[in-house]
Design a protein around this ligand. Sequence first.
Ligand code: NAI
Length: 330
Amino acid sequence: MRSITLIMGDGIAPEISEAVMKIVDNSGLKINWDIQTAGADLIETEGTPLPKRVLESVIKNKIALKSPVTTPIGKGFRSVNVQLRKELDLYANSRPCCSFPSIKTPYDKVDIVVVRENTEDLYAGIERQVDENTAESIKIITRDASIRIAEFAFDYAVRNNRKEVCAVTKANICKLSDGLFLNCAREVADKYSDIQFREILVDNCCMQLVQNPNQFDVLLLPNLYGDIVSDLCAGLVGGLGIAQGANIGKDYAVFEPVHGSAPDIAGKNLANPTAMLLSATEMLNYIGEKEHAIRIKNAILKTFADNIKTKDLGGQSSCSEFTDAIIERL
Ligand code: NAI
């Protein structure tokens, strides 16, 4: 039986993780879930929010499904998510944003994939207090990381029959850092004659996404813009409750929803498990279990088509009712 690490976070993490494991188990696939907790609660007992055992488990199993972990704002420990991506060199973050036929939004047939560099930029966490009234954050962009994420985006486009990769930067202002990222994207683009290449500034990109998202195909962004723009794209297709994601490296892959721990609805049986479930189907595709991935995806589509939805999508179902409805339709 295949072992997969399940990183258990906090907030809505237990509710959606339980839902996803139940659905995957009911799809007929036998998985040995190696459940590893992470997050602030462990600081007291294990001295860190990301104990070594979590990393060791992912290294052993090679694949993980991760639920969200809270990061304190403006103080406290460094994000578990950022640490995990850095430690395992999960350099590519891909976040597909696709319209669902039964989820009404102002936009039809949106089909965008956000490819986000995952290891550097302002997320390198290099900050200092210069004096009492001044703080400084350093934005790191390197040639190696920019080339490999651009190659990932173009390879993704080729593998998935996509037509265009669009590099999104602020290279007019951050001339050196974003300029380097853009130059690397241009260099890689020259090697992929079948995929069109386009460039856009991030502010214009946000406006264009809201006005006419159908013009975009694969977006390629440095870490911070990628984080922000992927939430925007999630909003175009129905919100964070259905936005899936994957962190891919050379040796390991960690699949996780785009959303966070949603403390405002935690413990109330209100969370939508779809984003984590779609991340799990992507994981099943990745490990070659395509039939199970399709079966689960079809059950999600059928459940939405039968107008069974959680509150974030305008429905009335609780997390557990929605989960049971999917299982009935598997
Ligand atoms: P959030 O994504 O947790 O929530 C934003 C809004 O979306 C909230 O109103 C929430 O109720 C709603 N929402 C999110 N996921 C939902 C779901 N599955 N079903 C229904 N509604 C959902 O973002 P927020 O509030 O900014 O962050 C909360 C915490 O999560 C922070 O500590 C943040 O650092 C952390 N975070 C963790 C991530 C991760 O573990 N990968 C990613 C993003 C944030």
